[in-house]
Design a protein around this ligand. Structure first.
Ligand code: PHE
Length: 453
């Protein structure tokens, strides 16, 4: 193993790591995507499958990724090379994750840009003028305007670059400590209000009473894909963040806390949004515009609604930011570790390239709406599908195969390469990464490829 002896400098504290990793996990996936795909897939049964995917597949793979990074002490590609040798085919898994993180950043920044636009709308009071239809209509006006989408996307990437340039402690950790607790506090407030609104009960029922007739093979793939997406797995994030962790950190405990917080945010956000949808009698399967069309209506009815709207969209932007930071850090860590570039140069390069790739994604909501990359899908939808449904699960599959079948006892010797618990927890983890996770992901992927139809 050709890892450097001294562990590289990393997080200032475990708490800082938890916030940064949770910051990566909690993002648009929780507040924007999970509610709208749950709406499309009919609620309860989909939520149940999703929770199982988090617990049985996501959690063990997160532990495996953190372990690989902490042991390899490098970026996502370098860690595999450090562990298996420079020419090992496993480095391709690293390549896949860095590519996934990069493509992800390009289209993620478009949606994150919407949240910036809504911050502006809330600040200027536009969000509070007119009737509910007019307010919902603002979303369509935004996505129809190419210059506005590209402008906000550029601003979002610039902000991300600004933070990542500051490095691990001074940039990522410091900002996560400010942004994440704020997000939690506000979400709980909105959730409580939502539960006491007329649609509160119906929202709970929709989320937690399963109707299995609504499940399709598409729902299974989406639940699995989203479990990876929401926990930031398969994109090298946890490998990269794990490489900045100290050797004594308990990876089981840390992963559990990250997954728990992430799930909590997804549940709170969905329950809140559905309570508005049901109260206002809106369609539940509103698609990608759901959060932008529904929450402003809730804010209109609330005391201090104007302030809350502003704070909410600010925090949505923050949540997106802490996730985008982690995607960019995957690319930047690679460029720094493997090409030897300075952080400032690596960050500007990575951010600039992601911005360029993001432009066609932004245009696919308006000027290039008719251009299909994958059959029937716009550029944005194709990128989303490629990353969320294929690259992330595939990355997760390879990581679990690696951790379950290739990870040798020999390598477990240095403290940074060992898992704290070698008893029951370890045995359960090993079983899950060795058998269950690969089998489940493979089945779902093969099913998607049409093998069983
Ligand atoms: N977990 C993030 C979210 O839910 C998205 C993400 C995926 C971030 C993969 C990094 C890597 O929004």
């Amino acid at each position: 193993m050709d890892t450097p002896n001294a562990l590289r400098s990393g997080w200032a504290s475990r708490f800082g790591f938890i916030l940064a990793a949770t910051g990566s996990a909690v993002g648009l996936g929780n507040i924007w995507k999970f509610p709208y795909i749950t709406g499309i897939h009919g609620g309860g049964a989909f939520v149940l499958v999703y929770l199982l995917c988090i617990l049985l597949l996501g959690l063990p793979i997160m532990v495996a990724e953190l372990l690989i990074g902490r042991c390899g002490q490098r970026d996502a590609i370098g860690s595999f090379m450090a562990l298996e040798g420079r020419k090992s085919p496993w480095r391709l898994v690293g390549w896949g994750s860095v590519a996934a993180a990069f493509v992800l950043l390009s289209f993620y920044s478009v949606v994150a840009g919407w949240s910036f636009d809504y911050v502006c709308k809330a600040a200027t009071g536009i969000l509070h003028r007119g009737n509910p239809e007019q307010i919902s209509g603002l979303f369509g006006e935004l996505t129809a305007s190419a210059p506005r989408l590209v402008f906000w996307q550029a601003l979002f990437i610039l902000t991300t670059v600004g933070i990542v340039i500051g490095g691990i402690r001074g940039g990522i950790e410091r900002w996560s400590k400010i942004l994440m607790p704020g997000l939690f506090g506000l979400l709980i407030l909105l959730f409580l209000h939502g539960m006491f609104s007329p649609g509160g009960m119906q929202s709970l029922k929709f989320m937690f009473v399963p109707d299995f007739t609504k499940l399709t093979s598409r729902s299974l793939l989406d639940a699995l894909g989203h479990a990876f997406f929401t926990l930031s797995l398969g994109a090298g994030v946890m490998i990269t963040y794990g490489s900045y962790l100290d050797p004594e950190a308990d990876l089981f405990g840390l992963s559990f806390r990250i997954a728990l917080l992430d799930t909590l945010v997804a549940m709170l956000a969905s329950l809140t949004i559905f309570s508005v949808v049901f109260s206002a009698g809106m369609p539940i399967d509103g698609g990608p515009g759901l959060v932008f069309k529904t929450l402003p209506i809730l804010f209109m009815q609330l005391p201090f609604g104007k302030v809350l709207a502003l704070v909410f969209f600010l925090l949505l932007a923050f949540a997106a930011l802490t996730s985008a930071i982690s995607m960019l850090e995957v690319v930047v860590a690679y460029v720094i570790d493997e090409w030897g570039w300075r952080r400032a140069k690596a960050t500007s390069f990575g951010g600039g390239a992601a911005f360029l790739l993001g432009i066609p994604c932004a245009l696919s909501f308006n000027l290039w709406e008719g251009i299909k990359l994958l059959p029937g899908r716009t550029v944005f939808q194709s990128f989303d599908m490629l990353v969320s449904s294929y690259l992330l699960p595939l990355g997760g599959l390879m990581v679990s195969l690696y951790a379950g079948w290739v990870w040798t006892k020999e390598r477990e010797k240095p403290a940074s390469c060992r898992l704290a618990d070698s008893g029951v927890l370890f045995a359960v983890w090993h079983f899950l990464v060795r058998y269950l996770a690969p089998a489940a992901v493979l089945l779902v992927l093969l099913n998607e490829a049409g093998l069983f139809s």
